[in-house]
Write a protein that binds this ligand. Structure first.
Ligand SMILES: C[S@@+](CC[C@H](N)C(=O)[O-])C[C@H]1O[C@@H](n2cnc3c(N)ncnc32)[C@H](O)[C@@H]1O
Length: 271
């Protein structure tokens, strides 16, 4: 994409023009890459978001910072890595991500809410020149395939209209072998009938999310699931693969003189 206008000014408030003919407005240095342009989303309040999470930590007797740090460890990245955070909100994961990648790394982060990005930007450490913020939709990531070493997403997985597509998009933009770490609220099933679980259930849909394992891309490798932050948040992590698993249909069935393929073909011929 090309910047339209005088470079210094355009980087703050110009337009990015794509060779496909689309153009995207830049406001205060943040390009609006949301696609499709008009959609309804549930948005939290950006100014009180940190207080809400702090309150949740007190309710759960847990430390949100420690949980975020564990999630970032799962990315398995070191200094110099190029990371993407999907739906970054007001940036509570930035300190952990920036610590992991160091000054030589690159952090790209986006959210669909301009308000969230405003707060995220205000909180960035002064002199952080390795952070790129954009407005974008988690269902249409405005990045080329294999652009990042790893990707973090926390907090919208329960609400994407199409979870399979959201996870497929995340896997698409990460290099093969890189990690995708994605999670959201959801009380661990073994608390369902305890007082702990029953009280959390009274918060309505908030803690009722279940890990969408069926939506993990079939090309994923080393898929793992864990709960953290008082067992009230699930976290799925996997390594990006590019091929689906295959079966050896030519293996002979035990004790029989025919292969799995023979049996399948016979069944297919049977009316
Ligand atoms: C619960 S907050 C999570 C913020 C942060 N990731 C965290 O770890 O606390 C969810 C965020 O997802 C954003 N969001 C909701 N739908 C989105 C979408 N389709 N694409 C991008 N961001 C979205 C909201 O604006 C909000 O900032």
């Amino acid at each position: 994409m090309n910047l339209e206008g005088e470079e210094d000014v355009a980087e703050q408030s110009g337009r990015l023009v794509c060779s496909c003919g689309e153009s995207f407005e830049i406001q205060e240095g943040v390009p609006n890459l949301v696609f499709p342009r008009s959609q309804a989303f549930t948005l939290e309040d950006a100014d009180s978001y940190d207080e809400l999470i702090e309150w949740m930590g007190r309710l759960l007797n847990e430390d949100a910072g420690a949980a975020r740090s564990r999630a970032v460890d799962l990315l398995e990245v070191g200094p110099g890595a190029r990371l993407l955070e999907v739906a970054c909100g007001p940036g509570p994961n930035f300190p952990h991500l920036l610590k992991a990648i160091g000054a030589e790394g690159e952090l790209h982060a986006f959210d669909i809410s301009p308000d969230m990005l405003r707060v995220a930007r205000e909180k960035l450490p002064s002199g952080a020149t390795n952070v790129e913020l954009s407005l974008a939709n988690g269902l249409n990531l405005p990045y080329a395939d294999e652009s990042f070493d790893a990707l973090l997403h926390i907090g919208t997985l329960n609400r994407f209209d199409d979870t399979r597509r959201a996870l497929a998009e995340m896997a698409r933009v990460v290099k093969m072998g890189g990690k995708v770490v994605a999670g959201d609220e959801g009380i661990a099933p073994w608390h369902a009938v305890t007082e702990y679980g029953l009280v959390l259930d009274k918060f309505g849909a908030l803690f009722r999310g279940q890990p969408p394992l069926v939506a993990v891309p079939p090309t994923a490798r080393e898929v793992r699931l864990q709960w953290l932050f008082g067992d009230a948040y699930y976290l799925i992590d996997f390594r990006v693969g590019r091929s689906v698993r295959t079966l050896n249909l030519d293996v002979a069935l035990p004790g029989r003189n025919e292969t799995v393929r023979d049996v399948l073909e016979k069944k297919a011929r049977t009316p």
